[in-house]
Design a protein. Sequence first.
Length: 119
Amino acid sequence: MRNLISLAAGAALVASLAMPAFAADMTVKGEVVDLACSIAKKDAGKGAGHANCAMVCAKKGQPVGILTADAVYTVTGDYAANSNAKLLDFVARNVVVTGEVTEKDGVKSINVKSIKLAN
């Protein structure tokens, strides 16, 4: 029985590695947050009250994300380069972002192509 379970687990692992990550252009609306605080501190890790801390983390090059009503998208690509230099004007603000969205192992990422402040 143990061998059967091990074989099934191994087959599932191989199948998951063979499947490509889903990729498509999408537009999402949400707040630019530093990922560590938004996950660890929940509501206290977002919004105007957390803006200074988020800015410090973003300037250090820590991962930044777009927090939407139903998901968090890790920002990748040019907008995450150079310690998030292109995102600093948007930290802790609501934005509309368009880019290529991928998902792997339940983690969503967005390679930002355009970003603007939300109305």
